[in-house]
Design a protein around this ligand. Structure first.
Ligand code: HEM
Length: 202
């Protein structure tokens, strides 16, 4: 039982980085093309849309991993005990924010997939104009801004806890350096995500 739990937990942890975290980086990088104009974004989006076996790739590399990570994550967010007590005040906050951002992402991602990928499957072309149209509402801009920052925070802070779980950051010294490294990743990836968002706003 305990061994089983360990394996499920390890799978949850791994999927958060590969493939879900990698996908987040690719996704925000493609969106960033919008900063070079609508044509650049449409070209990048169209390249992704025309990948061979797109639906199969999406199911295996995105939907199933994120579904598993999210469902197990909801279970963990509501049941897991605070097991990082020895890490002090800062780490306790990060632990809590990891869970809150994960729960917010369930809502944000469901909405985001509905109004983009599902809309595309139902016939709306997924291009610059579609995103620009979605982002005419200031509430939606705020919702997207919080969603992007939540995803980037959750991924960056998750990378730290991933490295601890997998024995990559063991000593307190390496864990402190790890905190700075993931803080830089948060700032850089957050910049890419938010700059991309503003590129869709007239
Ligand atoms: C953009 C999508 C997401 C990405 C890139 C992502 C990535 C990650 C990563 C890298 C970790 C660290 C794994 C570890 O601690 O070893 C993690 C942890 C976690 N994720 Fe996600 N995640 C995403 C969405 C979600 C969602 C929707 C939930 C739902 C609640 C969630 C809940 C959690 C929880 C509770 C943890 C803490 C695990 C722990 O402390 O061991 N995540 N996530």
């Amino acid at each position: 039982m305990a061994e089983n739990d360990f394996a499920w937990h390890r799978l949850h942890s791994l999927l958060g980085v590969i493939p879900v975290g990698l996908f987040l980086i690719v996704h925000l990088t493609v969106n960033f093309q919008a900063t070079k104009g609508s044509d650049a974004f449409n070209q990048a989006a169209s390249f992704m849309e025309h990948l061979p076996y797109l639906l199969f790739l999406e199911i295996v590399l995105i939907y199933l991993p994120i579904l598993y990570h999210a469902i197990y994550g909801i279970y963990m967010a509501f049941t897991a005990k605070n097991n990082v007590g020895n890490f002090g005040f800062f780490r306790n906050w990060m632990f809590l924010l990891q869970r809150l951002s994960g729960l917010f992402l369930v809502i944000f991602l469901a909405w985001h997939v509905w109004e983009t990928r599902v809309a595309m499957a139902l016939g709306t072309p997924l291009n610059y104009e579609m995103m620009a149209h979605l982002l005419t509402n200031p509430w939606m801009i705020a919702f997207y801004m919080i969603g992007i920052l939540s995803a980037v925070f959750h991924f960056s802070n998750g990378l730290w806890s991933f490295c601890v779980h997998w024995g990559i950051l063991v000593s307190p010294h390496s864990q402190r350096i790890g905190t700075y490294v993931v803080a830089v990743i948060f700032v850089l990836l957050g910049y890419v995500g938010i700059r991309a968002l503003f590129a869709f706003i007239a």
